[in-house]
Write a protein that binds this ligand. Structure first.
Ligand code: FES
Length: 99
């Protein structure tokens, strides 16, 4: 099911927006009009990564410093990816698909 999350301009370009949808903690990132959404859980020990520092489109987990590209979710320290959710934009509204 698609869930309306927020307006496009509420998602910061150089940071992430943390939201809770259907009991799932998510992070959203925007680079221009390209928005990505991931579960707020590091692939290392599943700790939340929303307090991580964002720089150059990369978020660094605050716990043990695993780094992730926010455009793809790819971890730069392991073969893993952040768990991603489909995003669609209609007008200026952002929707995420939750199972
Ligand atoms: S929980 Fe994120 S690096 Fe360990």
């Amino acid at each position: 099911m698609w869930v309306e999350i927020t307006a496009l301009n509420q998602i910061p370009e150089s940071d992430i927006l943390k939201v809770k949808v259907e009991g799932i903690s998510l992070i959203l990132n925007r680079q221009g009009t390209n928005v990505t959404c991931y579960r707020n859980a590091c692939t290392h020990l599943e700790y939340p990564i929303d307090m991580g520092k964002v720089s150059d489109g990369i978020i660094t987990c605050p716990f043990h410093k695993f780094r992730y590209k926010l455009d793809t979710g790819k971890c730069l320290n392991s073969p893993d990816f952040l768990e991603s959710y489909p995003v669609k934009i209609e007008g200026d509204r952002v929707f995420v698909e939750i199972d």
